[in-house]
Design a protein around this ligand. Structure first.
Ligand SMILES: CC(C)(COP(=O)(O)OP(=O)(O)OC[C@H]1O[C@@H](n2cnc3c(N)ncnc32)[C@H](O)[C@@H]1OP(=O)(O)O)[C@@H](O)C(=O)NCCC(=O)NCCS
Length: 304
């Protein structure tokens, strides 16, 4: 089956055709000029830097329609880019669904382009991040620096995690990093997360230099076992399988996110009984791959 369907190609072309000739020329120039800076920026901890490179190439007076057309232009180039990455089947089988969502989102959008969506779409079409499940995207080029790991140990959050980090040679290797896609959270559940871990393990198998998979969030916080036990699986399942956690600490953004959808957590934050804290959860390849093999032996996670 072709990577892009006829419907995808038509939708992406239509986004380009909406522009004037002059604006389309600017988008085409930016689609070349931004490539190297965006790729170089992908290794930085700031997830949004590739999108900043695209903004710089488009120019400060660029419109959101030009941004959407740039995503469409890069989406049309995805077949070659994806083929060059030689990604495992677990990733490839997710692409048709993600491309359907992307073309629908871009075609329906009018007005503003949310900054988080723009940053994620740049990464997706440049294959700097790849689908891990329906609600999760995986960055291919992340780092876990030693400073935060050491600090977590020194602050009394456990030396076991520091040892696990050293054992995984986590400071000198690339990590995969997950991000939650707020536009489609329908598989943000235990099965969807198992699928994310299985996809991550498949990438680790295909790329021996990758240390493992990691993510950082308020939802890896041990406090959730009491506050939102429904979400405790997010930390407990990986930790049972060999993952370790690093304390990062509180912050306004973590409080905003934790309180965004849950009246219970919002009330506890407002009363001061709960201060959301971010934790980094990292699952080294040495235990992630065997865990995923056992999952697959039990029956691979379904796409639906
Ligand atoms: C991460 C996220 C997708 C998880 O959503 P979720 O699986 O629905 O879980 P939540 O605990 O947030 O649920 C919110 C509300 O939905 C309802 N709910 C969720 N799961 C439910 C279930 N199984 N049964 C009944 N009600 C349920 C409840 O009303 C719950 O509110 P409560 O905690 O007061 O009971 C969601 O919290 C979110 O979008 N957060 C903001 C963005 C974010 O944090 N992204 C991650 C950045 S690191």
């Amino acid at each position: 089956m072709d990577f892009l369907t006829h419907a995808h190609i038509e939708a992406f072309q239509a986004l380009r055709n909406r522009l004037s000739d002059a604006d389309r020329d600017r988008v085409d120039a930016a689609s070349v000029e931004a490539l190297d800076p965006a790729r170089a920026a992908a290794r930085h901890w700031n997830f949004e830097l590739p999108a900043h490179a695209a903004d710089a190439a488009l120019g400060s007076d660029a419109t959101d329609d030009m941004r959407r057309a740039l995503i469409a232009t890069w989406a049309l180039e995805m077949p070659e880019r994806v083929a060059a990455e030689d990604l495992p089947a677990e990733v490839m089988e997710l692409y048709p669904w993600w491309l359907d969502r992307l073309s629908e989102f871009l075609s329906a959008a009018e007005g503003g382009y949310d900054r988080d969506h723009w940053a994620k779409d740049v990464r997706l079409v440049l294959v700097l991040s790849v689908p891990g499940a329906r609600s999760q995207i995986l960055d291919l080029w992340s780092r876990v620096g030693p400073r935060a790991v050491l600090l977590s140990g020194l602050e009394g959050h456990g030396w076991g995690s520091v040892l696990a980090y050293l054992k995984a040679q986590g400071w000198r290797r690339i990590w995969l990093q997950n991000h939650t896609e707020s536009r489609h959270t329908e598989d943000f559940n235990e099965a969807g997360w198992d699928r994310t871990w299985v996809t991550s393990a498949a990438i680790c198998k295909a790329r021996p230099g990758v240390a493992g998979m990691m993510g950082a969030s308020w939802f890896y916080d041990p406090q959730l076992e009491k506050i939102s036990p429904r979400l405790a699986y997010l930390r407990l399942n990986p930790v049972k399988g060999g993952a370790f956690v690093i304390h990062q600490g509180p912050g306004e953004i973590h409080s905003q996110r934790s309180g965004a959808t849950s009246p219970t957590r919002r009330a506890l934050i407002e009363s001061g009984e709960y201060i959301p804290r971010s934790w980094l959860l990292a699952w080294p390849r040495s235990t992630l791959i065997p865990w995923a093999d056992r999952q697959k032996a039990k029956g691979a996670p379904s796409a639906d």
